[in-house]
Structures are given as structure tokens and as C-alpha cells.
Design a protein around this ligand. Structure first.
Ligand code: ATP
Length: 240
């Protein structure tokens, strides 16, 4: 269980996140949506203690993330390319992450074998440094690295962005399989309402840092979100 308790984040007295209480039960596939600047990355960064709340605190399985590092062994994430190490090849990076997570080379190889389709021949054995891979291929590496060592909590910021349609479909399959695993809590943010409603059982909408919707995904959810976001559009059109 992850809980956000009276979380607020301010930059120069401007409040960019304001979440009174949010509980994410173990095993939930949780989708976070919201327009640019809504606070999604800030929230995920706080879960990883990369950004400190101005007030409030976050618990991850009974560990207060800003006070202990005990959440790290069971939590994995890929927020952006700063999580990668540019001068390593994908293999070197995967083995490095494997070591951090108590996995030997054979364990990592076994996991990677299951992602051959996802990699589409562009990641393994190409002898390129991570910094020289395309944005989409960097993302593939980051996502798969986040799965090494069977983490209980996986946090992915905009995992569908920059991926080609075939890879997006493959990623949805991977995320749906994780959803079936009741032990794993998966948090993703996305601008793609269709993808996020397909792979998440719960969708939270952030607007200017505030939770404005918290929906158990149903066949009507996509429509509901489209209506909500097109309402935003009308509000933002200047009156003539
Ligand atoms: N280091 C910082 N200093 C000042 N303002 C910041 C900082 N980091 C984030 N912000 C502001 O916080 C707000 C929330 O940003 P955040 O990146 O969390 O939004 P987001 O929902 O992830 O947006 P996007 O969909 O564009 O990625 C934005 O207004 C952003 O400018």
C-alpha cells in the first residue's frame, strides 16, 4: 500500500501539488492523467524521494520514503532518461541494475529473453551506448530495466510516449500481464487516455496539482475522460 498524506509541493510559493489523501492498495494498476503541468511527474518524483514535499509525507509499504531507504529494494521506476547511464550498452546497464537488485547474469538473461519481441532487434547485441539509442529505444531499456528483480512497486512516467505503435501494443500486453499479478503495484502516467484506460484498473485525474477525479475503470471511463478533457478545452477558449 502506498499512501500520500497531506502532500503539498510549492515552488516559490506556487502550489503545484496538493493532495489531501490518496491510497494506492498493493497490487493495483494505477493510472495518473492530467494536462501538461498538472503535477504527475512531481507526484511520481516524490514517491521516489527525488522531490521533497513542502508539507506532508508518503508511505510505501509502511516505509516513509523521505526518512528511510527501505522502500528501494522493492520499488523500481523509469521516469526519464536520467535513469539511464549513457556510456553503458543496454546489456551492461541491465546487468548493472541486476546486480543492484540481487540478480545474477543468468537471471537477467532469462528476463531479457522474454522481451525479444519488445526490443525488436534494436537493443540487444547492437553494441551501441545508451546515449546513442533513439528516444524510443532508450525508453524500452528503461522500462525493461524497471522490471528486473521482480519489484513489488513499478512506477513509469509516460511509458507510451515516443514508442512506435507496435511497441505500444506490446507494452500494453506487458502491463496487462503485470495487472494480473496481484502482488505487483503498477503506477503509470499517460497522456494517452485510451492506453491508460486499457491497462489501469483505476484512473486518477490531476488538475493543477489537485485530484479532480478518481475512477474505477469501466467501459464508460474512456468516454468520461474524453468529456472531461474536452470540457477543459472549452473553458480555455477565450470568449469572443
Ligand atoms: N524544479 C521546479 N521548479 C519550479 N517549478 C517546477 C519545478 N518542477 C516542476 N515545476 C512546476 O510544477 C508543475 C508541475 O509539473 P510536472 O512536471 O509535475 O507536471 P506534469 O503533469 O508531469 O506535466 P507534463 O504532462 O507536461 O509532463 C509545473 O507547473 C512545473 O512548471
Amino acid at each position: 500500500m502506498i499512501t500520500l498524506n497531506q502532500i503539498a509541493k510549492e515552488y516559490k510559493k506556487v502550489r503545484v501539488l496538493d493532495v489531501e489523501a490518496l491510497e494506492i492498495p498493493k497490487g493495483q494498476s494505477f493510472g495518473l492523467v492530467g494536462n501538461n503541468g498538472a503535477g504527475k511527474t512531481t507526484m511520481f518524483s516524490m514517491l521516489l524521494d527525488l522531490v521533497r514535499p513542502t508539507t506532508g509525507y508518503i508511505m510505501n509499504n509502511d516505509v516513509r520514503v523521505d526518512q528511510s531507504e527501505a522502500w528501494k529494494p522493492f520499488t523500481a521506476a523509469f521516469l526519464d532518461e536520467s535513469f539511464l547511464i549513457g556510456y553503458l550498452t543496454p546489456e551492461e546497464y541491465f546487468y548493472f541494475i541486476g546486480e543492484l537488485r540481487g540478480q545474477n547474469k543468468a537471471d537477467v538473461d532469462r528476463l531479457l529473453k522474454g522481451f525479444e519481441d519488445f526490443f525488436n532487434g534494436e537493443i540487444l547485441g547492437v553494441k551501441k551506448y545508451l546515449r546513442d539509442l533513439s528516444k524510443g529505444n532508450q525508453k524500452k531499456v528503461g522500462i525493461v530495466a524497471a522490471l528486473i528483480g521482480n519489484p513489488e512497486v513499478i512506477i513509469l512516467d509516460e511509458p507510451f510516449a515516443n514508442l512506435d505503435p507496435t511497441t505500444q501494443i506490446r507494452l500494453k500486453k506487458i502491463l496487462r500481464e503485470l495487472k494480473e499479478t496481484t502482488e505487483v503495484t503498477v503506477l503509470i502516467s499517460s497522456h494517452d487516455l485510451m492506453h491508460v484506460t486499457e491497462v489501469c484498473e483505476r484512473i486518477v485525474v490531476l488538475e493543477k496539482g489537485v485530484v479532480v477525479k478518481d475512477i474505477k475503470t469501466s467501459p464508460e471511463t474512456l468516454k468520461e475522460l474524453e468529456v472531461f478533457f474536452s470540457g477543459e478545452l472549452k473553458e480555455n477558449v477565450p470568449a469572443s
